[in-house]
Design a protein around this ligand. Structure first.
Ligand code: BG6
Length: 502
């Protein structure tokens, strides 16, 4: 996270960036445009080179042409002269990720790139399907392409989620990564942590004095986190059908939001201070028994319905999804964080695809006033602080006001801060900040091995119970609705209700 103006002004360290999966969608849509955007903002080193590794039989020129198309399509303000500076330093290695000969070739190409652009550092980006993460890390280690953490030129690796499918596979992946790399060299990327409004949660809580005194069980009634998408699986049915909402969103993106809301003040905004506090939150989440899972976790899958006036098919009718799929496209749960700050305060989390509205928000609902002062206040709304992450980027604080007039009439009103009113460099693809942070050695907004494992400790028992008891009612919500009815019960039974996104 950029902590000072000075930090954002300095170009990242010179490096050779090796992108495994260089011919894939992520590289085209996000990585190449982000690198270009960073260069445009003066944040990329002039000594920078890219090497793509993938199975496509490209030569250097074909790969350059593919990245040029991608940057034209997805980058901001394409400027051919500026891109040409980057383009010259692009190379390509064709081959399979498990073939040692590829790594021998790669070593030569890294040496060549280092010589040409004078960059002593190497960044490996794994933009590949997850089954290759462990293999690539181990091959890099075996080929001695990983300088040790103390060496003068750094070596770092970025991997994309999913970081495992459950606790055992996450542990195995960590072991494979750490057999070749030191934890300080591993950057597990989460694009939610690159969102400006998510990064602002830390600023909001810990660089302002007035919220901290009320940010606890004495004043907070409950917290709601929602990640609602109107999108379906968008051609990613093959991946999604093996994943589901719990693995795809809740275990990683939502747990990170939860950490930011619930963590104790860190000693500094340094990577380890912040991540030490986050992991404590994950560790403090009350483990769910099988019984709890049946009562406090809801799963759903969308049937056909209407989104923004257009009819959309059921999940089971999406391409590459099994016609009898039991994969959940919706998950909601109630969690408790067992520490002094949050004991007995429920955290309600819900996420789903094909819901009524695209909206990500954090709602902190405060306790009601202790005493009714007039008959008018029977419908009194409790105070709420809402951090709208996207697509709206706002923070609102709701409270009661008196409507002008001779009789006391209450009306809920809001104080509001709109993020887009601030001037600054907007993030572009959302990957720029994170790539920049990695290139400057700030691992604060990245998952650490212990955080990943703690998160799986909460989620794996749910996956186990769900697997043992396949759902009998899928599909159980219509596309365009707010999810299954049982999700209402989850919160209504506690005398509360989901806050309808504004
Ligand atoms: C990704 C998930 O991590 O996040 C997708 O794999 C999901 O399924 C996406 O659509 C949501 O990201 P955003 O930034 O659009 O909220």
């Amino acid at each position: 996270m950029p902590t000072t103006a000075a930090k954002t002004a300095r170009p990242a360290d010179a490096c050779v960036m090796v992108i495994f999966g260089g011919a894939g969608d992520l590289t085209k849509r996000k990585l190449a445009p982000s690198l270009y955007n960073l260069a445009r903002q003066g944040l990329l080193s002039a000594n920078f080179a890219i090497i793509g590794v993938a199975m496509n039989e490209y030569g250097d020129e074909e790969f350059r042409a593919a990245l040029t198309d991608a940057v034209r399509q997805f980058g901001a303000d394409f400027d051919a002269a500026r891109w040409d500076v980057l383009r010259r330093n692009i190379r390509y290695v064709a081959g399979k990720f498990d073939d040692p000969a590829v790594y021998a070739k790669l070593r030569d190409r890294i040496a060549e790139a280092q010589k040409a652009c004078g960059a002593p550092n190497t960044l490996f980006y794994l933009a590949t399907p997850p089954q290759f993460f462990g293999v690539i890390a181990q091959q890099l280690g075996a080929a001695k392409l990983v300088a040790d953490a103390e060496a003068s030129g750094w070596t770092r690796i970025i991997i994309e989620k999913p970081f495992g499918r459950d606790l055992d596979s996450a542990r195995l992946l960590n072991k494979q990564l750490l057999s070749a790399f030191d934890e300080s060299q591993v950057y597990r990327i989460d694009h939610y942590l690159g969102k400006e409004t998510v990064q602002n949660v830390l600023t909001f809580r810990f660089l302002n004095g007035i919220f901290e005194p009320i940010w606890n069980r004495r004043y907070v009634d409950h917290v709601q986190l929602v990640v609602a998408e109107t999108l379906g699986v968008e051609g990613r049915g093959g991946y999604y059908d093996t994943s589901g909402a719990l693995r795809d969103i809740l275990q990683n993106h939502m747990f990170q939001l939860l950490c930011l809301v619930a963590m104790e003040p860190p000693l500094s905004l340094g990577a380890e201070d912040v991540r030490n506090e986050k992991v404590k939150v994950l560790h403090a989440i009350r483990r769910l028994s099988d019984e709890d899972i049946l009562h406090s976790v809801v799963r759903g899958q969308y049937g056909a319905g209407t989104i923004n006036g257009a009819e959309v098919p059921a999940y089971r009718a999406e391409p590459s999804v099994a016609p009898d799929s039991n994969t959940e496209t919706y998950a909601a749960t109630k969690l408790f964080i067992e520490n002094w700050r949050w004991a007995d305060v429920p955290f309600y989390l819900r996420t789903g695809k094909r819901l009524a509205k695209h909206d990500t928000e954090i709602v902190v609902q405060f306790r009601r006033v202790p005493l009714r002062l007039t008959a008018e206040d029977s419908g009194l709304q409790p105070n709420r602080l809402t951090i709208h992450i996207q697509p709206d980027e706002r923070i609102t604080l709701s409270f009661q006001a008196k409507r002008p007039g001779p009789v006391l009439q209450l009306v809920p009103v809001e104080l509001q801060f709109a993020y887009n009113e601030l001037e600054g460099d907007s993030a572009g693809t959302g990957y720029e900040t994170l790539i920049y942070d990695c290139m400057t050695g700030d691992s604060m907004p990245f998952h650490r091995a212990d955080m990943v494992e703690e998160a799986w400790k909460v989620v794996t028992p749910i996956l186990d119970v769900w697997k043992a008891l396949p759902p009998r009612d899928f599909p159980n919500y219509a596309a365009g609705s707010w999810g299954p009815e049982s999700a209402e019960a989850l919160i209504v039974n506690d005398g509360r209700r989901w806050v309808e996104p504004a």
